[in-house]
Design a binder for this molecule. Structure first.
Ligand SMILES: Nc1ncnc2c1ncn2[C@@H]1O[C@H](COP(=O)(O)OP(=O)(O)OP(=O)(O)O)[C@@H](O)[C@H]1O
Length: 289
């Protein structure tokens, strides 16, 4: 029997690795009948291994819905989702739970108190995903220490409860917990929105290191400025549709869609000159027309 080296086909040609996440023509609805509401329309997005993609949009644009669909927490009414090359579109709750449990895809939410059990010590929170996978407590404990170190937290925190940490420390624990199963894909929904600027910078630096280490990240935010320095590519969601996707530099320096121009012009932390109030109002009028 012949074996094929990874990244090559049977003729020895290099083949592109499977995307960590691929969403194609995704539609998601909420509600039924007259209350049926289209949250995502025809969204297509591919995230390569090790790539960081920022998904930007204002409140209600569908960012969290996209994250939930990629985690199997809401069903698509059309389109497909693949995770690491595995078509998961038709998976039921049981198979999704198994996939999340295998640690192939992990997630971090805005409020770390939602990701961390308030009654578990930091050590128990960190090792829980490993115990679920069948790793013994003895092997898991040193991993908890090393992942805490990776997010630049002291092991003195291991015995504390989440309520005994600062918000920034909690969010870093949530990131460490999401990483401990060595996922290929991590989806982070507004991971820095609740943090002060010093913690925000630290968490974004940690995420940048992860991207460099080969973990694919989907970084969801309403704030273009906070992901601009971290994302390789930016995807802009407006009213459930992806209106622009491109290299972060291009989207920021040469935004094509009026909504992206509005976002760029409204981000005071970007080096590009913020648009004047009149310019922003003109763009808003164009979008509402
Ligand atoms: N469970 C639900 N049932 C009905 N409608 C929902 C539900 N969740 C979200 N929606 C609606 O779907 C649309 C997209 O919501 P979503 O939470 O994805 O937006 P978002 O961009 O993440 O917003 P935010 O930045 O405020 O979190 C909104 O109009 C929202 O009201």
């Amino acid at each position: 029997m012949t074996t094929t080296p990874p990244g090559t086909d049977t003729s020895g040609h290099t083949v592109a690795p499977e995307p960590a996440l691929e969403v194609t023509g995704l539609d998601v609805h909420y509600g039924r009948g007259r209350r049926r509401h289209h949250a995502l329309r025809g969204v297509s997005l591919s995230v390569a291994p090790g790539e960081t993609v920022g998904v930007i949009g204002e409140t209600g644009s569908g960012k969290s819905t996209l994250a939930r669909a990629a985690l199997g927490l809401v069903r698509a009414s059309a389109g497909s989702v693949t995770v690491g090359g595995e078509d998961v579109t038709a998976y039921g709750n049981r198979r999704w739970r198994a996939l999340r449990r295998r640690g192939v895809v992990q997630y971090v939410f805005q409020d770390p108190l939602r990701s961390l059990d308030p009654d578990l010590t930091i050590e128990d929170s960190l090792i829980e995903p490993l115990l679920i996978q069948g790793t013994g407590r003895k092997e898991a404990a040193p991993l908890a220490r090393s992942f805490l170190d990776r997010v630049r937290l002291s092991e003195d925190l291991l015995g504390r409860l989440p309520g005994e940490l600062s918000g920034g420390q909690r969010q870093r624990v949530a990131v460490a917990r999401a990483l401990i199963t060595e996922p290929r894909l991590v989806i982070l929904d507004e991971p820095v929105s609740a943090l002060d600027s010093a913690n925000r910078v630290q968490v974004l630096e940690i995420l940048k290191e992860l991207g460099a280490a080969g973990v694919a990240l989907v970084l969801i935010s309403h704030d273009l400025g906070s992901v601009a320095g971290t994302a390789d590519r930016i995807a802009v969601l407006h009213r459930g549709e992806l209106v622009e996707t491109g290299a972060a530099r291009d989207v920021i320096n040469e935004p094509r869609h009026a909504y992206t121009r509005l976002l760029v012009g409204s981000a005071p932390t970007l080096r590009t000159a913020p648009a004047s109030r009149a310019e922003r109002e003109a763009l808003r009028a164009l979008l509402d027309a």
